[in-house]
Design a protein around this ligand. Structure first.
Ligand code: AMP
Length: 428
């Protein structure tokens, strides 16, 4: 017989892991509610054309793409933003701006599986559409910071850059858009030498090469200090100067908004997705060297999808990696505490009574399991202890004649006989 396994890169979540994932998901929903982001639920399967339009070669080459039985070219979503852009360009095109949209669900990329990298993974995604102002960018940083705080992670830090700095230089140097994209992708992979070589081949000025060599070295966590240095370095490129000032403004606003996490500005920082036009960022914890989330500004995407010009900024948080970070930092998350009760009938003729009482207690929001293995009381209690139950309700013939049962507190080991009606009050 074949022993079936999950497909490479795919995972099962067993009850405890699933519970933690859902608790983290609930926190993302809470953040969405607190910041006024309305949830949208879009399909996992979208047209290949939509998903590949602006994703960039890196993401495009890793898509789960196939033909459906109707011969349509489709793919599993490798991100949420394309679906959001489709909605905003179509059904939501006449909605008043801004809008704040939230999604959470699974994403698919044919990445090489390793720690924190899977082929099916979870993201929570926030997009703020319709505003090109720095306070919108600051909000995205703040809510990311707020989410990680809510989850109880410590020492998270932002890495931040601005696509407009390099793009500004390149457009003033008349570098072709497609070459610009190649350079950005190389920078994303930290292949700075190859990136510089590609720029050199595009016959940019000597001055430009000098600026770029210095620029990729510029980084630091003193926001004003680094942005000043960047501005000084690129002072001959007008658009790059504007981008640097925009970045400084965003970071100042985020700080004023209480985003206290460390922020490192890196002039040479780029991201894999091609559609970014402004501020870009990733967030890390020291315990893991992979990003827990990332995002940025993309002002032209909605237009490219046929919508009205709509500046936008967004972020995707990787929930699987957040779970890993929680494990590394040993930070537990308390969900809604529901007391766990087991009901043990002493004898087969009391099974119906056990089911009746179980149902009554569930109506009072208790988590109730009935002993269904026909175990004797001692064995059933042992099992309940092992599984960390809070209470056992023991149903015996003698007590039941008086309308009573035995309630055993499995933590303190106290035990009392009491009326069935009193059970829920005593357990809560
Ligand atoms: P991106 O859409 O590439 O900006 O990714 C946003 C976030 O999704 C990343 O920061 C990661 O936390 C998470 N992520 C991306 N790819 C994977 C993957 N293959 N496995 C798990 N999480 C991922």
């Amino acid at each position: 017989m074949t022993e079936f396994k999950t497909v490479r890169g795919m995972r099962d979540f067993l009850p405890q892991e699933a519970q933690t994932l859902r608790t983290v998901e609930a926190r993302t929903r809470k953040v969405a509610e607190l910041y006024g982001y309305g949830e949208i639920i879009t399909p996992v399967v979208e047209s290949y054309e939509l998903l590949s339009a602006k994703a960039g070669d890196e993401v495009r080459s890793r898509m789960f793409a196939f033909k459906d039985l109707g011969d349509r070219d489709v793919a599993l979503r490798p991100e949420f933003t394309a679906s959001v852009a489709r909605l905003v360009a179509t059904s939501m095109r006449n909605e008043p701006r801004p809008f704040r949209l939230f999604s959470v669900g699974t994403i698919y990329r044919y990445d090489e599986p390793q720690k924190g990298r899977y082929r099916e993974f979870w993201q929570s995604n926030f997009e703020l559409l319709g505003s090109n102002r720095p306070e919108a960018d600051a909000e995205i940083l703040m809510l990311t910071n707020g989410l990680l705080e809510k989850i109880g992670l410590k020492n998270h830090a932002f890495k931040i850059g601005h696509v407009g700095v390099l793009r500004g230089i390149f457009s003033q140097e008349n570098v072709d858009e497609s070459i610009q994209s190649t350079v950005m992708q190389l920078m994303d992979k930290k292949q700075y030498d190859d990136a510089l070589e590609t720029v050199q081949k595009a016959r940019v000025s000597e001055r430009c090469l000098k600026v770029l060599r210095r620029l990729v070295e510029l980084k630091g966590d003193k926001i004003l200090d680094v942005t000043d240095k960047i501005e000084e370095c690129i002072k001959d490129y007008e658009m790059a100067v504007a981008a640097t000032r925009n970045l400084r403004e965003i970071l100042k606003l985020a700080r004023q908004g209480g985003c206290n996490a460390a922020m490192t500005v890196e002039a040479g920082f780029e991201r894999g997705l091609e559609y970014y036009t402004g501020m870009i960022f990733e967030v890390y914890v020291p315990d893991l060297n992979i990003a827990l989330g990332g995002g940025g500004r993309y002002d032209r995407l909605i237009e490219l999808f046929g919508g009205a010009p709509t500046p936008a900024v967004g972020v995707a948080h990787g929930l699987d990696r957040i779970l890993l970070a929680m494990k590394e930092q040993k930070s537990g998350l308390k969900g809604e505490e529901t007391k766990k009760v087991v009901i043990i009938p002493i004898g087969d003729e009391l099974r119906g009574e056990a089911l009746r009482i179980s149902q009554k207690l569930r109506e009072s929001n208790l988590s109730v399991e009935v002993e269904v293995m026909g175990r004797k009381m001692a064995k059933a209690l042992e099992d309940a202890d092992r599984r960390n139950f809070d209470y056992a309700v023991i149903i015996g013939e003698k007590e039941l004649k008086e309308g009573a049962v035995v309630l055993r507190n499995l933590k303190s080991r106290e035990q009392n006989t009491l009326k069935i009606e009193e059970l829920k009050k005593r357990i809560k």
